[in-house]
Design a protein around this ligand. Structure first.
Ligand code: SAH
Length: 254
């Protein structure tokens, strides 16, 4: 997958590209990230990328020409990227959006700055994307968030694809279960006995119990939409009745 990021701060992405899972994906050749400096597509000696707003008002806007020229330089080489622009009012970025984008071969992300971009840029845009209802000073942090979430979904990027299925918002739509590592006891806090029992059937059930408990507490709307099995439904009703996991095991003889 290829990303083209149009930005006035190309150096913003260096740490991201050279760190962790993303850097491994780049080295393996699974992902290519080109951060493209809009100033390279200006014609004046000051390399101006912004200008005042027609009709008056505060702040500056990104000019259309560098963005169009950068876009042309990419499409002229035969690329056909799916074009996103970061906008606070855009489609809210979520796991489903990330999954859709992970199916694309080429994605371009236009990062706004100042008061935003000249409206005519929208003529080359496929979708406007927002990472939440707040105002950033530029689209670059949003582009990072989007690329990170999408890249880890590309096959071969995360070593163990099982770990993707266990993630919150994935697969069955439930939140993830709690995890522990060594030591078994730390500052008086113990790892739940069941996880050290070696009983894999019981561990699976306990994890399901915890997933449902967490989802009901933190994101009840997800639980309503989730794809639940008969055992899951029994867990839901046991939790609604206030049963403990141990009581649940006895009651349903599991
Ligand atoms: N004047 C704009 C805000 C501009 S913020 C307004 O009225 O809403 C500058 C740039 O940061 C935007 O052009 C956009 O590219 C980016 N940005 C700000 N908040 C964002 C968000 N929540 N999600 C994605 N991009 C955002």
């Amino acid at each position: 997958m290829k990303f083209f990021v149009l930005t006035i701060f190309p150096q913003f992405f260096e740490g991201f590209i050279n760190t962790g899972i993303v850097s491994r994906a780049v080295k393996k050749g699974i992902v290519d990230i080109k951060s493209i400096d809009l100033r390279d597509f200006t014609e004046d000696k000051h390399r101006t990328v912004d200008d005042v707003v027609y009709g008056g008002g505060p702040g500056m806007l990104l000019k259309p020409e560098p963005i169009f020229k950068a876009y042309d330089s990419i499409t002229e080489k035969g690329h056909k990227p799916y074009v996103l622009i970061t906008e606070p009012w855009g489609r809210k970025f979520d796991q489903k959006f990330a999954e859709e984008l992970s199916q694309k071969e080429e994605i371009m992300i236009i990062c706004g700055r100042y008061e935003g971009v000249d409206e005519r840029v929208k003529s080359i845009v496929d979708e406007e994307v927002s990472i939440g209802d707040f105002i950033l000073s530029g689209g670059e942090p949003a582009a990072l968030v989007i690329m990170d979430a999408v890249i880890r979904l590309i096959p071969g990027v995360v070593g163990d694809s099982e770990s993707l299925n266990a993630d919150s918002f994935s697969n069955d739509g439930l939140l993830g279960y709690p995890n522990y590592t060594r030591p078994a006891e730390y500052r008086g806090m113990k790892v739940p006995e069941v996880l050290r029992s070696g009983n894999h059937k019981l561990i699976k059930l306990w994890r399901r119990w915890k997933q449902i408990e967490k989802t009901a507490a933190k994101k009840p709307e997800l639980l309503k939409k989730a794809d639940l099995s008969e055992t899951d439904m029994n867990i839901v009703s046991a939790q609604e009745k206030g049963l403990s996991f141990e009581d649940f095991l006895k009651k349903y003889k599991v």
